[in-house]
Design a binder for this molecule. Structure first.
Ligand SMILES: [Zn+2]
Length: 480
């Protein structure tokens, strides 16, 4: 029952290891996962346990000694790390030579240059062979869509048959491959059985290694457009009419999602039709309810009609859309609506056609869709639509999360503009622009080291990732 949800419970359920948005949209600070166990120990169970609590004055003496010790220690304790890069670039295209990024806990403390910027006693990580850049944000994934590659099985069928509890564990591989591609944050747009919420929470508490996840739970779909996701039929995301749309959005919020996903047209997998499904009124109802709870909403539309109504309804982002007319594109610019084109997604399906069992006719349809999708991307780039990089990664597509950057450069972006779609723009879409997507004091220490210079050649960011830090912890190290 959404009305009974307090701000506190919203924060608990949807915290992303660093902040959560209140219904009014303010970002609240949140203790990092690391600091929480410590906090708990201070509050209640000491090492002695309740029954053997020492006398109060001993406690006080211990606390005084402890704080004296903490004061005496350099604030730059063992936790402080100094990362040295030959060159450091930002999502905005700025660059800094001989850069030093000082990391304390899960955040960036300072960004400077040269020996003088390395604090005394810091653990120095020498990455001077590499270019440093912000950890990237993939604005469209399906992290729980896992396939184990068993010969004779197909990805979609295997997903539908396997219990979600097993999928949550197995999908760690998708999470790991995502990190290896330099992506440290994802907006995960649709899952069954709230397996996405489980993964998000396990990652946030440090029990699973993976990117920060902002998740959507069940995507809303109409009766004629199955989401292809595993689970009971009809799926709990099914909604027809304004009242049902409002109920299903509220249910997702109550379950603890961060963002709402709505399938506003047909089209998924080998089906590249783009017939509008939800009406404008239904989309508007979904947008209004999502916004009332401080959530953003992503509306999927393969074709132009759903994209036009999604934009008019006030969705934060339109996913995939092809053949958008000039009027819709102009409206997106005017409103600041994000476009997440996902051109590379269908390139992946073509390349993985044997895994999915696609014949020549399907491949032809996919290639035709790619052409139209790319043409729409080109028009949107030219018009100045805000674009966020999204892979729509599923199954064996994880690890290829950043392939879209190449299409964006082909569509007319400079490498710096393309990088912005995966850093500052992704962060703005998540309303996390003060914590993610940049390298500056106070931001999360989500940092990637790549071979080469992505500002010269975007492929350095796509295929050159050698080392990744997420929230101050090294999660990928492929330096030789
Ligand atoms: Zn998707």
């Amino acid at each position: 029952m959404p009305r009974s949800i307090t701000l506190g419970s919203l924060c608990t359920r949807s915290q992303q290891g660093g902040g959560c948005r209140s219904p009014r949209g303010r970002v609240r600070s949140w203790p990092s996962p690391r600091s929480r166990p410590h906090h708990k120990a201070e509050r209640s169970e000491g090492p002695w346990g309740r029954a053997l609590e020492p006398p109060r004055h001993l406690c006080r003496a211990f606390l005084i000694l402890l704080s004296a010790a903490l004061l005496h220690w350099s604030p730059l304790g063992a936790q402080v790390k100094a990362l040295r890069f030959g060159k450091l670039i930002d999502g905005s295209g700025r660059s800094l030579a001989d850069a030093v990024v000082v990391v304390e806990g899960d955040r960036i403390k300072s960004v400077g240059a040269g020996d003088a910027a390395v604090p005394a006693g810091a653990l120095v990580i020498d990455l001077r062979r590499f270019t440093g850049m912000p950890g990237m944000i993939d604005a469209h994934t399906h992290m729980t869509f896992y396939w184990d590659r068993t010969p004779g099985t197909r990805p979609w069928a295997q997903l539908a048959e396997r219990p979600a509890t097993e999928t949550v564990f197995l999908a760690q591989e998708n999470a790991r491959r995502t990190l290896e591609s330099g992506v440290t944050t994802v907006r995960d747009l649709g899952a069954s059985d709230y397996a996405d919420i489980a993964m998000r929470n396990l990652i946030n508490r440090g029990a699973m290694v993976g990117p920060r996840m902002f998740v959507a739970g069940y995507g809303l779909s109409v009766s004629s457009a199955p989401t292809r996701a595993a689970g009971p039929q009809p799926a709990p995301g099914r909604a027809d009419g304004v009242a049902e749309v409002m109920r299903v959005v509220r249910e997702q919020v109550a379950a603890g999602v961060d963002v709402i996903k709505m399938y506003g047209s047909t089209g998924s997998d080998q089906d590249v039709t783009g017939f509008q499904t939800f009406t404008f009124e239904e989309m508007k109802a979904a947008v209004d309810v999502a916004h009332k709870f401080g959530k953003t909403i992503a509306i999927h539309s393969y074709g132009p009609d759903g994209a036009r109504d999604a934009t008019r309804a006030g969705a934060e982002s339109v996913e995939h859309a092809t053949d958008m007319d000039d009027e819709t594109i102009a409206e997106m610019v005017r409103r600041g609506t994000f476009y997440v084109p996902t051109v590379d997604h269908n390139r992946y399906y073509v390349d993985a056609r044997d895994e999915f069992g696609y014949g020549p006719a399907v491949v032809e349809r996919l290639n035709d869709y790619i052409r139209r999708n790319f043409e729409t991307m080109r028009k949107a780039v030219k018009a100045g639509v805000r674009i966020a990089m999204g892979s729509d990664a599923v199954f064996t597509g994880f690890g290829q999360n950043t392939g879209e950057l190449e299409w964006l450069v082909k569509a007319g972006m400079t490498p710096a503009q393309a990088l912005a779609t995966a850093t500052t723009n992704g962060a703005a879409l998540l309303h996390m622009e003060h914590s993610l997507g940049s390298l500056a004091p106070g931001y999360y220490a989500d940092i990637v080291a790549v071979e080469g210079d992505p500002l010269q050649d975007i492929h350095a960011a796509i295929r050159g990732v050698r080392w990744v830090m997420k929230g101050g912890e090294v999660v990928v190290d492929k330096r030789k």
